[in-house]
Design a protein around this ligand. Structure first.
Ligand code: ZN
Length: 354
C-alpha cells in the first residue's frame, strides 16, 4: 500500500493547489480523476482498505465530500478517493453562484422516508453494510436508482435504501407489515424436488430462492417471519400447516412454480386460496404480482390444495411462473426477476394489511 502513496506524491505540488480551488464546491456531483492509478478506498482515509483503482479522465459520481475525501458511487456501492486527485464539477453549470438551496432540484428528484430507522446501506443489497439510519418524513435527494434500490443523499449522509421505504411525496404511511407474522412456505424440498424445469432445474430450488428473498424484505419491513423449511430438506405438508396453525399467523404464503412440459408455451402467475377468509389476501397479492412483473395473469382462484385448506389463518399458495417454459425458466433464475416477484408479494401483503 505504501508504494502507491509514494507514486501519488510525484505531482502533489500542482494538485494540492487544485484541491484548494475545488474543495469549496461541495454541492458538486461529478469528480473527474486527474491521475492514473487513483486508489478507491472503503472509507475517507488512507487507513481504509483498497477496493479499486481508476485512471485519469474517469468520471465518478459524488455522494459526499468530507475533510479532503470524496465519496463516490462505485461498483454498486460507494468508495472514497482523496480530493487531491480529482476535479470536482458542480452540477449547476449555469454559471450562477448558487447558494446551496435545499430544494434538491438536481438528480432524480426527492423522496421521503416512510419508516423510522430505515437502514441506509453502503450498496444496493441487504447484505451490504448498514452505514446509517433515516427516519420517517426525512427528505433525500435521489442520486441514482437500480432495480428496487435508490441511492440517496442529504447534507449529512448518503447511502442506499429499498425503494419500498420511500415515497415521492411526504405521505407518512406505513407498509402495514410491522409486527405481522408471516409464515413463508418454500414448496417441496429434499427428496421431493417438485416440478422439473425445461433444462432439468428443480422447483424446490426456485421456491427456496424466492423464500430467502421474501424473508429478507419482510424482515426489513418489520415483519416477524416464520419458515417451514430453512434448508433443502423434506417437510411433510402436515408439518407445514401445523407450524402455521400453532403460530399466531397473519398470513401464510406457500411458494410454488408450475411446469407443463407438454405445453412449454404456457406462462403466467396465479394465486390460490381455499377458505373464503383468504380470498382478499389472494386477490391483493395476485394483483400486485401481475403489476410488478407484467406476467400473464392466471388470476386469484379458489383451489383445493392441502396447505391452504389445512391452514386456518389467511393462507395462499402462489404459483410464480412456469419453469417448463425455457425463457421463463432462465428469467426465474435471475436475482433481478426474483426481486420483482418478491416486491409484488410484499406490495400485495402491504395493501392487504392496510
Ligand atoms: Zn409445487
Amino acid at each position: 500500500m505504501g508504494g502507491n502513496r509514494v507514486r501519488f506524491k510525484k505531482s502533489a505540488g500542482l494538485l494540492l493547489i487544485l484541491c484548494f480551488v475545488f474543495i469549496p464546491v461541495v454541492q458538486a456531483d461529478k469528480a473527474v480523476v486527474t491521475t492514473d492509478g487513483l486508489i478507491i478506498r472503503s472509507g475517507p482515509g488512507t487507513d481504509y482498505s483498497r477496493i479499486g483503482q481508476v485512471n485519469t479522465g474517469k468520471e465518478l459520481y459524488i455522494t459526499r465530500v468530507e475533510n479532503g475525501w470524496v465519496e463516490i458511487a462505485f461498483n454498486n456501492g460507494s468508495g472514497w478517493v482523496t480530493s487531491e486527485y480529482v476535479d470536482i464539477h458542480s452540477n449547476s453549470s449555469d454559471g450562477s453562484d448558487n447558494t446551496n438551496s435545499d430544494d434538491g432540484s438536481n438528480g432524480l428528484g426527492n423522496i421521503f422516508i416512510q419508516h423510522d430507522n430505515t437502514h441506509l446501506r453502503k450498496g444496493p443489497s441487504t447484505s451490504s453494510d448498514i452505514i446509517g439510519f433515516a427516519n420517517k418524513g426525512e427528505e433525500f435527494n435521489v442520486l441514482s436508482e437500480e432495480e428496487n434500490w435508490y441511492e440517496i443523499a442529504n447534507d449529512e449522509i448518503s447511502g442506499f435504501i429499498v425503494k419500498e421505504f420511500a415515497a415521492s411525496h411526504s405521505i407518512l404511511s406505513s407498509t402495514g407489515l410491522e409486527d405481522k407474522t408471516i409464515v413463508i412456505d418454500a414448496g417441496h424440498g429434499g427428496r421431493d424436488v417438485g416440478a422439473i424445469g425445461a433444462s432439468g432445474t428443480y422447483e424446490k430450488d426456485f421456491t427456496f430462492q424466492t423464500m430467502k428473498e421474501l424473508k429478507k424484505e419482510l424482515v426489513i419491513l418489520g415483519a416477524e417471519v416464520v419458515l417451514t423449511r430453512r434448508t433443502d430438506r423434506f417437510v411433510s405438508l402436515d408439518s407445514r400447516t401445523s407450524l402455521a396453525n400453532i403460530t399466531d399467523t397473519d398470513a401464510f404464503i406457500s411458494i410454488h412454480y408450475n411446469s407443463f412440459p407438454q405445453t412449454p408455451e404456457v406462462t403466467g402467475i396465479g394465486t390460490y386460496y381455499y377458505h373464503k377468509h383468504s380470498e382478499e389476501l389472494a386477490r391483493s397479492v395476485q394483483e400486485s404480482l401481475i403489476s410488478k412483473t407484467g406476467a400473464n395473469d392466471r388470476e386469484a382462484l379458489n383451489e383445493d390444495y392441502h396447505v391452504i385448506r389445512q391452514s386456518f389463518n389467511p393462507s395462499i399458495l402462489v404459483e410464480l411462473g412456469f419453469i417448463s417454459n425455457p425463457e421463463k425458466e432462465q428469467l426465474l433464475e435471475t436475482n433481478s426477476y426474483q426481486k420483482q416477484l418478491v416486491s409484488g408479494i410484499v406490495a400485495g401483503l402491504s395493501k392487504y394489511f392496510k
